[in-house]
Ligand binder design. Structure first.
Ligand code: AHG
Ligand code: MN
Ligand code: MN
Ligand code: MN
Length: 333
């Protein structure tokens, strides 16, 4: 069987007119950065990369050393290629401008450099999430405003999962495609064409320690799942929670399921826990491209008009029929 690499896949996408040369370069550069992050993540204690960095990010979270390292790798890899107008990151408060002596391009890149950082020190899967937008034409040097586009305007989205193997998952708006890192060859190999999420599932993912803080519709939904065969759903449901969004979403992309980080009393003031621009939007695009759905419980995530770079939102995503049920419960009085 012919082994197709990410590089070949992207060249073919460009030839088919699905991506521009600059977008191809952008995705290649992100994938190269992901390989470097994967090396750092996998060395763990041997490279002294575990533990706290001793600083806080804009969201008031204590940064891990790997949050900082992954952020630096992505920024440096993407600065000089000439494909970007600007970048934004979970770990950087303001827009990251391209240094003046480098050429500039037409795309905006947003990322969560290291997702699931509470799992780093316990050697559990973590990831990287990214989203690509066009710099609005005629807007000159990008500002925060340039980034505040609804998720349906993303031209590409993806994530890397640093698990037992490193995988790179990508959509450019024509299905979801998965690649596995061949560590000896140093290349991503196309292993998972057209990934799809079944419409029905018997598996859900939520941090159930927050149950007392949830709103009534989410509580009702989860309580019905927990009643299993004896309840209104008339079947048993299983639960998983990795606490790395990338790992939880990847499981859903692989075998179905519903993932929820709903509004709760603890995160109500900020509007939710997960960040719209570099967590919810890219994952929503991937999930929709795989045949699933992604909602806040009240609105389609990809239709939200962002008002802040680091805005947070409630997230319900995964198997279509389950997401629709959660949304229906939110509509009921
Ligand atoms: P990050 O590590 O990028 O800050 O994101 C962490 C997020 C997400 O990956 C995960 O789903 C969620 O936080 C876990 O939250 P809890 O610890 O509240 O379960
Ligand atoms: Mn964080
Ligand atoms: Mn994250
Ligand atoms: Mn992160």
């Amino acid at each position: 069987m012919r082994r197709v690499t990410l590089t070949q896949f992207l060249i073919e996408q460009q030839r088919a007119g699905r991506i521009s040369a600059d977008l191809r370069l952008l995705i290649e550069v992100v994938a190269r950065a992901v390989k470097a992050i994967s090396v750092n993540v996998s060395k763990g204690a041997l490279a002294g990369v575990l533990g706290e960095a001793g600083t806080d990010n804009v969201q008031g979270e204590a940064q891990k050393k790997l949050d900082v390292i992954a952020n630096e790798i992505l920024l440096q890899a993407n600065e000089w290629g000439g494909h970007l107008a600007a970048m934004a990151s979970e770990e950087v408060e303001e827009v990251h401008h391209i240094p003046f002596d480098y050429p500039k391009g037409g795309y905006l890149l947003l990322f969560d450099p290291l997702d699931g950082s509470s799992n780093i020190d316990v050697n559990i899967s973590v990831g990287t999430i990214f989203s690509v937008l066009r710099n609005p034409p005629g807007s000159g040097e990008p500002s925060e405003q340039s980034f505040l586009q609804p998720g349906h305007q993303q031209v590409a989205a993806g994530y890397a999962l640093y698990g037992p193997s490193t995988q790179f998952i990508l959509t450019v708006g024509k299905g979801v495609h998965g690649f596995t890192l061949d560590r000896e060859m140093g290349s991503f190999v196309y292993t998972h064409p057209y990934m799809s999420i079944p419409a029905d599932t018997s598996e859900y993912a939520i941090n159930a320690s927050n149950i007392r803080h949830w709103e009534a519709p989410v509580r009702r939904y989860v309580e019905e799942l927990q009643q299993g065969k004896e309840g209104p759903r008339e079947r048993d449901f299983n639960m998983r929670w990795v606490a790395s969004m990338v790992a939880d979403v990847h499981r859903i992309l692989t075998r179905g399921g519903v993932f929820m980080y709903p509004l709760d009393e603890k995160c109500r003031k900020q509007g939710g826990k997960l960040r719209l621009m570099y967590e919810a939007n890219p994952m929503a695009m991937i999930v929709e491209q795989a045949g699933g759905a992604a909602s806040t419980g009240r609105e389609r995530i990809l239709d939200l008009q962002p008002h802040k770079l680091h805005q947070r939102v409630p997230v319900v995503l995964g198997s279509l029929n389950e997401v629709e049920r959660v949304v229906a419960y939110h509509r009921e009085p």
